[in-house]
Design a protein around this ligand. Structure first.
Ligand code: FAD
Ligand code: SF4
Length: 461
C-alpha cells in the first residue's frame, strides 16, 4: 500500500476566542502551507477531482502553478471556470464534490482543494488583481439588454457571463445589498462580507448596473421588464420558510432560520451594542434541522450568548446534510445534538416553553436515498425558551403569483426546460428558484448554463 503524507492542517482560531465574536473562524493556509499541500498532489493524468467539480475547474493545473510559486497563473486558471473562488473555496461542500473524487481520498486524506482555492483567491484579492484585463474590457461592445432578477450566485454568474459577451446587463435586487444568501444568510464567521464585496467588484469591472430595493412582482412586473429588455433571467432563490405544521408553532420566540439570520446579518445584530437589533436567543435554544442553515443558526446563537444550544434532528449524524467542516466546528463550539427525534408539538403560554419530540428509528431508503425516519411511538418533552426552525425553504411565490403564464411545480419551483427556458418566451430561470434548495456552486453552474442559452437564443432571434 502506498504511504500518503497527511494533509497539511487548515489553521483555525482557538475555540474559546472565536465563540466570543463573529470574525472568521478558519484562518486558511499561508504561502508555505499552501505550497506544501500542493506538493502532495499526484497530478493524476485522468483528473478524477475535476469530474467532482460541478463547474469543471482544472484542479491539477491550478495546483501545479501553486507548487511552482506561480500564484497569478494559478488564479487565472481558477477564474476561467469559477468566477468567485474566494467564496466557493469557503462554502462548497468539497467533501462531497472534488475532494471526494480525489484519488488520495482512497489512500488517506484528499488534497485540501477548497483551502488551496481560498488561499489563491485571497492572495489575488490582496494583490488587487482585476479579473478582466483592460484589453478585454476595451474590446467589449455593448449591445442588447438583459434584466437579471436577484443578485445571488445564479444571477451573478448570468450577469457576468452575458456582460463579458457584450450584453448590457441590469440587475434588480429586492434587498439593499447585493449577494443573495451570501450576504443575508451565511454568517460573517464563515464568509466575511468584505470577501463577498471584493468578489462583487467583478460585476462593476464589467459594467453591470445593480438596482437595489426593487422587488420584481411588486415595484415592477416581469411583463414591464420584458417590454424594456431583450431577455429576463429570474434567480430569486428559495427563502420562503417551510413550516412544521404542528400545534403551537405560532408561539412567541419561535423563529424561522431565515428571519433569525437576516436579523443577525443584514440588521447587524452581531455588532451589538453598536447596533441594538432586537434578537432573543434565550437560555436554551433548540434548532430544528441539520443542514448548513441549521449549523449557521446554532453557531450564531452560541455567539449571541445562549447558554445551551441543541440541534434536534430526525436522522443521525451520518445523514446530516450540512458541510462536514461546519458540523465539526459546531461540535467544537459546544453545540449539542439530539438525533432521531421529530418535533410534534410546541408547548407554552404566549411564549414557547418546551417541545414534544417523537423518538424515531431509521428504516429503508426514501426518495432521496437516505434512510427514512420512522416514528417509534415514544414521546419526550424537551424544555426550551427559543426555537429556530431550519427545516428548509421554498421559492418565494411573488413573481409566479404576479406573472400568470409562468409555470411552477407543486413545490412552487419555476419550471424550465433543461436549458433554463421558462414557459414564457424570453424569460429564463435558474438557481434555487428552479432546483429548490441547492448549493452555491450548483446555482453558479445553472447561471452559466442559462447564460449560454440566452446568448444562443438571442443570436438566433
Ligand atoms: P439566492 O442566493 O437566494 O439569491 C436570490 C436573490 O434574489 C436574493 O438576493 C433575494 O433578495 C433576491 N430576490 C428574491 N425575490 C426577488 C424579487 N421579487 N425581486 C428582486 N429580487 C428578489 N450553499 C453552499 O454551497 N454552501 C454553504 O455553506 C451554504 N450555506 C448556506 C447557509 C444558509 C443560511 C442558507 C440559507 C443557504 C446556504 N447555502 C449554502 C445554499 C446557497 O446559499 C444557495 O443554494 C444559493 O445562494 C442559491 O443561489 P440563488 O442565486 O439561486 O439565490
Ligand atoms: Fe491532485 Fe487529487 Fe486531483 Fe489527483 S485527484 S490531480 S491528487 S487533486
Amino acid at each position: 500500500m502506498v504511504k500518503v503524507r497527511p494533509r497539511v492542517p487548515i489553521p483555525k482560531r482557538p475555540i474559546d476566542e472565536r465563540i466570543r465574536d463573529f470574525n472568521e473562524v478558519v484562518i486558511g493556509y499561508d504561502k508555505k502551507q499552501a505550497i506544501e499541500e500542493a506538493n502532495r498532489c499526484l497530478q493524476c493524468p485522468s483528473k478524477p477531482c475535476v469530474k467532482g467539480c460541478p463547474i469543471g475547474v482544472d484542479i491539477p493545473r491550478f495546483i501545479k502553478f501553486i507548487r511552482n510559486h506561480e500564484f497569478e497563473k494559478a488564479y487565472r486558471v481558477l477564474i476561467e471556470k469559477c468566477p468567485m473562488p474566494a467564496i466557493t473555496g469557503r462554502v462548497c461542500p468539497q467533501e462531497r464534490q472534488c475532494e471526494k473524487e480525489c484519488i488520495l481520498a482512497k489512500l488517506g486524506q484528499p488534497i485540501a482543494i477548497g483551502a488551496l482555492k481560498r488561499f489563491i483567491s485571497d492572495w489575488a484579492q490582496a494583490q488587487g488583481l482585476e479579473k478582466v484585463s483592460q484589453e478585454e474590457k476595451s474590446r467589449i461592445q455593448r449591445g442588447r439588454k438583459i434584466a437579471v432578477v436577484g443578485s445571488g450566485p445564479s444571477g451573478i454568474v448570468v450577469a457576468l457571463d452575458l456582460a463579458r459577451l457584450g450584453y448590457e446587463v441590469t440587475m434588480f435586487e429586492a434587498l439593499h445589498k447585493p449577494g443573495g444568501v451570501l450576504v443575508y444568510g451565511i454568517p460573517e464567521f464563515r464568509l466575511p462580507k468584505k470577501i463577498v464585496d471584493e468578489e462583487l467588484k467583478y460585476l462593476e469591472e464589467l459594467g453591470v448596473e445593480i438596482k437595489l430595493g426593487i422587488v420584481v412582482g411588486r415595484t415592477i412586473t416581469l411583463y414591464q421588464l420584458l417590454d424594456e429588455y431583450d431577455a429576463v433571467f429570474i434567480g430569486t432563490g428559495a427563502s420562503h420558510p417551510r413550516f412544521l405544521n404542528i400545534p403551537g408553532e405560532n408561539l412567541n420566540n419561535i423563529y424561522s432560520a431565515n428571519e433569525f439570520l437576516v436579523r443577525v446579518n443584514l440588521m447587524k445584530a452581531y455588532m451589538f451594542p453598536i447596533y441594538d437589533t432586537p434578537i432573543h436567543v434565550g437560555k436554551r435554544t433548540a434548532i430544528i434541522g441539520a443542514g448548513n442553515t441549521a449549523m449557521d443558526a446554532a453557531r450564531t446563537a452560541v455567539r449571541l450568548g445562549a447558554n445551551e444550544v441543541y440541534v434536534l434532528y430526525r436522522r443521525t449524524r451520518r445523514e446530516m446534510p450540512a458541510r462536514l467542516e461546519e458540523i465539526i466546528n459546531a461540535e467544537e463550539e459546544g453545540v449539542k445534538f439530539i438525533f432521531l427525534v421529530q418535533p410534534i408539538e410546541f408547548i407554552g403560554s404566549g411564549k414557547v416553553e418546551s417541545v414534544k419530540l417523537m423518538k424515531m428509528k431509521l428504516g429503508g431508503p426514501d426518495h432521496t436515498g437516505r434512510p427514512k425516519p420512522i416514528p417509534t411511538g415514544d414521546i419526550i418533552e424537551f424544555p426550551t425558551d427559543v426555537v429556530i426552525n431550519a427545516i428548509g425553504f421554498h421559492p418565494n411565490p411573488l413573481i409566479p403569483r404576479t406573472t400568470p403564464k409562468l409555470k411552477t411545480d407543486n413545490k412552487g419551483r419555476i419550471m424550465t426546460d433543461q436549458f433554463g427556458r421558462t414557459s414564457i418566451k424570453r424569460v429564463y430561470a435558474g438557481g434555487d428558484v428552479v432546483i429548490g434548495e441547492g448549493t452555491v456552486i450548483e446555482a453558479m453552474g445553472q447561471g452559466r448554463k442559462v447564460a449560454k442559452t440566452i446568448h444562443l437564443d438571442l443570436l438566433r432571434s
